[in-house]
Design a protein around this ligand. Structure first.
Ligand SMILES: *[C@@H]1O[C@H](CO)[C@@H](O)[C@H](O)[C@H]1NC(C)=O
Ligand SMILES: *[C@@H]1O[C@H](CO)[C@@H](O)[C@H](O)[C@H]1NC(C)=O
Ligand SMILES: *[C@@H]1O[C@H](CO)[C@@H](O)[C@H](O)[C@H]1NC(C)=O
Ligand SMILES: *[C@@H]1O[C@H](CO)[C@@H](O)[C@H](O)[C@H]1NC(C)=O
Ligand SMILES: *[C@@H]1O[C@H](CO)[C@@H](O)[C@H](O)[C@H]1NC(C)=O
Ligand SMILES: *[C@@H]1O[C@H](CO)[C@@H](O)[C@H](O)[C@H]1NC(C)=O
Ligand SMILES: *[C@@H]1O[C@H](CO)[C@@H](O)[C@H](O)[C@H]1NC(C)=O
Ligand SMILES: *[C@@H]1O[C@H](CO)[C@@H](O)[C@H](O)[C@H]1NC(C)=O
Length: 540
């Protein structure tokens, strides 16, 4: 009897308590700063992503890591990758390495708050033993791939290794089963359909955490790096470069996906209690014809083009929305921020986090609790960078002979571009679905918002001159990022005290560095030929 009363009491308490918000975390892959239209380029219209941005909070000073594995490790642990040994290259398919198992990760923290946790799409945190794969790491289910990328239709991951080995296999799973039935279907559509199904079948008595790791817009395998349905490519006849034209179609499929996810949330009455995040894992590389214009550098570099990423949050719970925030934020901040927004007690969050709770900064337009971002310390490549206040120190050069230190990609300001038309944004699925939650739909205000999310640098040519050339001088460079976001003017010789101060901060942080866990590749063990040509955990 007593037990029954206690049990009923529990049910009543649960029923009265407000349900924690649904969290939809969408991570685009290798999407450059300049590959969406809300940052000022007319070339690739992204009406759904723009609608989400203009109705939410645009994060203008959002930093991530410069590569896929390190960004995802930081996102899910709330820790700097150099505190995990994950600060170097991304995991290679034949490499027996994964995100260390002792680190509790975001879906596990949210499960403590009774979330249903679902992963769709890319993993890239290891699979050489099954314990490293998503359903062993806090996700109730996963549909997607374990490696770094696949082809968009055949879902094959082919790795060509420096020694000449070629390993090739199918990498598409539903939980632990190979999902042969999805062979031939366009990956972005598969992931979108899965998200929509998860949302439509969700039992509204619990909170949903949906982690969407899109393949878009990563390049696929050698031979056909960029793939999109022809009818989507046909919408971009005005883009002269055929590769960039295909990239635009891939971006537009990603944009449609955002619209469909938001629509499903609205349709199921979940949107009212949702937090939606849209971020890119790192800057665009050269391989996918993406663009980080006007920023310097690309993926795998610590220039702004590599680490200053697309970031935005939308939620009816945001008090001060429809604005661009210039507050400093880092990918490690999502874990404490979301845990806090989910109603978790941060002081019970045992762990050594580098991330900080940004919820009040995002929701109430308060100052960011973060004054500094340690962008990375790579003890193997001997590179490092730190942003502190307005200042940024960059040590080392990136790529062979500084090949990643330059300015890349299209400005997206071509004469043949269509005129940016706010009415395409206000006619999007996302705009319609978010209608009950906005303060303004004035074209003037929306254009102002776009203006404040556009970074301008004072150069006319697409590839400006810079007086910081670390591959030649072998000297660190110091920038005032607020006045010089394009990292053209090296102030190391003028502001020596600042240089020394930032350098000192890096030295102190380096004392807690965990050496990289990079492992020797295991070509024989990992070879998909041994597993019916699928990539499989090979050390179980
Ligand atoms: C939803 O979950 C609740 C609580 O677990 C359960 O009682 C209910 O039957 C579920 N509804 C459906 C439609 O599955
Ligand atoms: C959102 O939910 C709250 C609380 O249930 C309710 O008061 C409000 O009317 C809802 N808003 C919309 C637009 O549905
Ligand atoms: C924002 O918060 C303030 C103070 O709590 C409150 O008065 C105001 O109504 C809120 N505005 C919105 C749009 O939620
Ligand atoms: C959060 O946890 C701390 C430490 O366990 C506790 O002292 C505090 O009362 C908790 N706060 C709330 C609001 O539950
Ligand atoms: C890099 O620079 C060195 C020295 O200038 C030169 O010998 C080498 O060929 C260069 N390597 C590449 C790949 O350009
Ligand atoms: C924007 O699109 C609408 C509807 O297609 C059209 O009526 C309007 O003229 C366009 N505006 C511009 C500036 O092109
Ligand atoms: C709005 O979108 C619909 C289809 O979603 C399209 O048929 C219509 O032409 C669009 N209108 C404008 C003004 O762009
Ligand atoms: C092996 O792979 C083929 C596709 O290449 C698939 O049709 C077949 O079911 C697989 N066999 C087993 C035992 O999984």
């Amino acid at each position: 009897m007593l037990l029954l009363i206690w049990y009923l009491g529990c049910i009543l308490v649960t029923a009265v308590q407000a349900l924690s918000p649904h969290i939809i975390l969408i991570v685009a892959d290798d999407l450059g700063w300049n590959d969406v239209s809300f940052h000022g380029s007319d070339q690739i219209p992204t009406p759904n992503i723009d609608a989400l941005a203009y109705n939410g909070v645009i994060l203008n000073n959002y930093y991530s890591q410069s590569t896929s594995t390190s960004s995802r490790a930081a996102l899910l642990t709330g820790r700097y990758p150099f505190h995990l040994g994950m600060q170097g290259e991304s995991i290679m398919a034949a490499e027996p390495r994964g995100l260390p198992l002792q680190d509790k990760i975001l879906p596990e923290f949210l499960k403590d708050l009774h979330y249903v946790t679902k992963a769709v799409g890319k993993w890239h945190l290891g699979f050489y033993k099954k314990e490293f794969t998503p359903t062993y790491r806090g996700f109730d289910s996963h549909l997607g791939y374990w490696g770094g990328y696949i082809s968009y239709y055949d879902h094959i991951l082919q790795n060509v290794y420096p020694e000449g080995q070629i390993l090739s296999g199918y990498d598409f799973r539903r939980n632990m089963d190979t999902a042969w039935e999805l062979d031939g279907q366009y990956a972005t559509d598969v992931f979108t359909d899965e998200c929509v199904n998860i949302i439509r079948n969700h039992n509204s008595s619990s909170s949903l955490f949906l982690y969407v790791g899109h393949l878009a817009v990563h390049a696929g395998n050698v031979g056909k790096p960029l793939e999109a349905p022809q009818e989507s490519i046909d919408n971009f006849r005005y883009i002269p470069d055929p590769n960039r034209r295909t990239l635009a179609a891939m971006v537009s499929k990603l944009d449609e996906s955002v619209g469909q996810i938001i629509h499903a949330l609205a349709d199921t009455d979940m949107l009212n209690n949702s937090i939606i995040i849209f971020i890119s894992d790192n800057g665009a590389p050269s391989e996918n014809w993406g663009s980080n214009y006007p920023f310097r550098g690309i993926k795998q570099s610590l220039w702004e083009g590599g680490v200053r990423c697309i970031g935005l949050v939308w939620s009816p719970m945001i008090n001060s929305s429809q604005r661009a925030s210039n507050e400093l934020m880092h990918v490690t901040d999502w874990l404490p921020t979301l845990f806090s927004a989910a109603g978790g007690n941060l002081s019970e969050l045992a762990g050594n986090f580098d991330g900080v709770d940004q919820w009040n900064s995002i929701s109430y337009n308060e100052a960011s609790p973060r004054k500094q971002v340690l962008l990375n310390i790579d003890e193997v490549m001997k590179t490092a960078a730190i942003r502190d206040g307005d200042w940024k120190l960059v040590i080392g050069s990136f790529g062979t002979n500084g090949s990643l230190d330059r300015y890349y990609g299209e400005s997206g300001r071509g004469l043949r571009n269509p005129v940016y038309n706010i009415s395409s944004v206000t006619n999007s699925t996302t705009w319609t679905s978010t209608a009950p939650y906005r303060r303004t739909d004035s074209d003037t205000e929306l254009n102002k918002l776009r203006e404040s999310a556009t970074v301008k640098c004072s150069f006319d040519s697409q590839y400006p001159e810079t007086d910081c050339n670390p591959s030649i001088t072998k000297e660190p460079c110091l920038f005032n990022i607020v006045s010089d976001p394009c990292e053209m003017h090296n102030l190391a010789n003028i502001h020596e005290a600042v240089l020394r101060q930032l350098y000192h901060m890096l030295i102190i942080q380096k004392q807690s560095l965990v050496p990289q866990l990079i492992k020797q590749l295991d070509f024989n063990g990992a070879n998909p030929a041994k597993f019916n040509y699928t990539w499989s955990p090979w050390e179980d």
